[in-house]
Design a binder for this molecule. Sequence first.
Ligand SMILES: [Mg+2]
Length: 298
Amino acid sequence: MAILAGGLATRLRSLTSAKPKSMVKVLGKQIERYLGDRKQSGINTDYSHEERPLTTAGALKEAEDMLEDPFNNERYDIACKKRGTGEDSMKAIFLDRDGVINNLVYHQERGIIDSPFTVEQLNLLPGVDEAIRKFHEMDYKVVLVSNQPAIAKGYLSEETFEAIRKKMKKELAKGGAFLDGEYYCLHYPEAKVERLKTNCECRKPRPGLLLQAARDMNIDLSQSWMIGDGLTDINAGENAGCRTILLVRMKGEFCHLLDEERIKPDTIATNLNEAAQFILKAGERTRISSLTQQASLR
Ligand SMILES: [Mg+2]
């Protein structure tokens, strides 16, 4: 017998916060530890872990060698065939972090506006949790893709960076929102920290982070959107083959720059909720035009 323990537990969200359901505790123990205790459960159990998210069919495929008659199941067979043809690829909303999910901070001592350098400095922007919930309702995966060179520049430690990350996720979870993936570029070409000093492929405007996420999560980039508050975000999205939305506080302020740089986002929005509305309407327009096309072919 195969038990597939995975998924994001959307329906259990109020009980599980951002935890996948296979990690939720049963009678005080994670399910693996609970079932793994043969004295208690009386069940002889083997486990197949996904090193990276593979979708439902992909997870079963990984466990194929452990199953006596893996192809004696119609649903499994159909699911694996779909995966092979890419039919079950997902669409994603790629989000920049600073200025999109959380506030930018003025660091008076350095005279710069930059990322939060301490846990206290991280605050979510209003309505971000609501917008992320909307993206999930529209069946998008929500994936963070962020340049974070502050460790490389010597502005903060890895521990503080991790603590800031944890606070962001905790704050999002309070509003019932979560990220399906987080991809960070920690490199910087002029880094003070030697191991992070590199001219990498992942630093936006290069599309490395988006391409890696697409490989890991089976994302169809042509069906996906990149939303950011910087021109490098828009470039990275375009370089990856996504549609793009630029967030600006006042819509007029960026127009001359976009012209100069010849950058053309699909739209400009003042916040993430406005971007979510635009994507919802774009989806409706696509659906209506494909229904009209089908009707005219009949
Ligand atoms: Mg930004």
